[in-house]
Design a protein around this ligand. Structure first.
Ligand code: MSP
Length: 509
């Protein structure tokens, strides 16, 4: 079975997750579910990035030791993912001893190879991003993604010789058009690689920060957050020598937001190269979610949507559906309660919900709630059968490029087609003539089997609702992939009537 390793960013756990976090995690989860449905052996990783100044500061404000604070918030994240139907196979915590061992071993290996050295550093430090920044990156004196300007710092730091890998990275990116998706992010990094990128500060003196992993040969320093955090992609697989690592690493897909593009290219590619780890297979880079006011969603602006609240109001599946349909992965886009409500009421309730409701109502009315057997197929049915048969491969190829919104659109266009077919076939007229009973059976069966196909194709996006749909269709309750036409719903089984997507109308714009 092919292996597939998919990761979300390893989040700073200084608060509960917001919709930006949920956007990355839900995309990664959906990709994992599609690959699993297609038969791959998948590991989905998420986790908590617990060290560093940001967490230490937040813990101090909460009057709690950093370890206890981080543990509490790591649990908040785990709980949030459960409520958002994100089901990771592994949840890494950077404070775990197993991870610390891997970081320690990597540091020692690079130090012994001469790839790490001590120097005095003077520069501007962003606590928000937990890294030193260059003047060129600043807009009006601060990083665009930060609330506060960076602070001047002068201190001894250990450095990793990142610049030494620049030419290699340029060649890698030039020779691998698929390494970074969508391609405009690859171009951005290629541009950066035209000029020196410098070396990477990877440690802090403990008098400034002791909430980190000790530098093995110097107890006056702890390692810097990115060196620690990026290695949390390999430590849970048992790097360097466990079979899981060897089997899964070559298939790695990292899902991140554009705010951490540099760290996942310049930092991570040079680190893996120095350690002799092959580069990840692909980096999927998202844009930013914007609030209804068009500005980057953030807590301080108060223009955000709380993912758990939205899931409570509209249902977790409508939220997941909206996130992938509304904002093309890689671009910025607006999400508000009003947008979720529209997607729920129009795409889900009017199109899919209505198709299910009218089909189930007609089967109840005309066939006593029992799935009929199809008789002879006409051209209209053959067209539906052909479309349904093409969708699994098409959907998977789009998901592979993280174009989940496009994949969903194709499935929803089958839904629209089935609605039009229901209207054109007019089962209510067929029901009036006993001589057309066979035709009515065929139409009702085609609608039920079409809905069954849709329930499988959309299960990774809306796992609970599609399970509900399958049960209304009287079908087995676990999703299946590439079910040949005619082997989904079973003639004679009992269907149930129920509204799949109740409408909502209470969003304040
Ligand atoms: N801890 C680092 C990542 C280490 S990975 C080895 C980190 N954590 S974070 O908690 O700040 O999460 C960053 C991620 O959250 C972003 O990369 C992005 O995926 C997501 N988002 C945060 N705000 C966002 C939006 N407004 N919109 C979309 N996603 C954004 O950085």
């Amino acid at each position: 079975m092919p292996h597939r390793y998919i990761t979300t960013p390893i989040y700073y756990v200084n608060d509960r997750p917001h919709l930006g976090h949920a956007y990355a995690s839900i995309h990664a989860d959906i990709m994992a579910r599609y690959r699993r449905a297609a038969g791959d052996d998948v590991i989905l990783l998420t986790g908590a990035d617990e060290h560093g100044e940001k967490i230490a500061k937040a813990a101090m404000l909460a009057n709690e030791p950093p370890a206890a604070f981080a543990a509490r918030h790591a649990r908040t994240f785990e709980d949030a993912w459960r409520r958002l139907a994100v089901e990771p196979d592994q949840f890494v915590r950077t404070s775990s001893p197993a991870h610390a061992r891997v970081v320690s071993d990597c540091l020692t290996k690079l130090y012994q190879a001469g790839d790490i050295y001590l120097a005095e550093y003077e520069g501007l430090y962003s606590v928000g991003q937990e890294r030193f920044v260059t003047d060129k990156e600043l807009v009006d004196g601060k990083l665009p993604e930060d609330k506060d300007p960076p602070v001047p710092r002068r201190e001894p730091n250990y450095f990793f010789r990142m610049e030494a890998h620049r030419e290699w990275m340029r060649n890698l990116l030039e020779g691998s058009p698929d390494l970074i998706h969508p391609p405009h992010y690859r171009n951005e990094i290629l541009k950066l690689l035209e000029e020196p990128i410098g070396d990477l500060s990877i440690s802090r003196p403990i008098e400034r920060l002791d909430w980190g992993i000790p530098i093995p040969w110097d107890d006056k320093h702890v390692t810097y957050v990115w060196f620690d955090a990026l290695l949390s992609y390999v430590s849970p697989l048992g790097y360097p020598d466990q079979q899981t690592f060897t089997e899964y690493w070559p298939s790695t897909r990292h899902v991140i937001g554009k705010d951490i593009l540099r760290t996942h290219t310049l930092f991570w590619l040079s680190m893996t190269h120095a350690l002799g780890i092959e580069p990840y297979q692909r980096l999927h880079v998202s844009g930013h979610l914007l609030g209804a006011d068009g500005r980057k969603m953030s807590k301080s602006l108060g223009n955000g949507v709380d993912p758990l609240e939205a899931a409570e109001i509209y249902g977790v599946d409508a939220l997941r559906y909206t996130l992938v349909s509304e904002v093309s992965f890689g671009l910025d886009g607006i999400i508000s309660n009003a947008v979720i409500e529209q997607r729920l009421n129009h795409n889900l309730a009017d199109d899919l919900g209505n198709l299910a409701a009218r089909t189930l109502a007609m089967v109840t009315k005309y066939r006593d709630g029992l799935v009929p057997a199809a008789q002879a197929y006409d051209a209209a049915e053959h067209e539906i059968i052909a479309r349904a048969g093409e969708l699994p491969d098409l959907v998977l190829s789009l998901v592979d490029e993280m174009k989940i919104g496009d994949a969903v659109k194709h499935v929803m266009s089958l839904v629209k087609h089935l609605n039009a077919y229901a209207a054109r076939s007019a089962p209510w007229t067929l029901a009036k003539s006993p001589s057309l009973a066979g035709r009515l059976d065929t139409v009702l069966y085609t609608l039920l089997e079409g809905l069954y196909a849709v329930s499988n194709l959309l299960a990774p996006v809306m796992p609970a609702k599609m399970q509900e749909l399958r049960s209304l269709l009287g079908a087995s309750d676990s999703p299946r992939w590439e079910v040949p036409w005619g082997q989904g719903v079973t003639p004679g089984s009992v269907i149930k009537e129920q509204i799949l997507f109740p409408k909502k109308s209470d969003a304040k714009p």
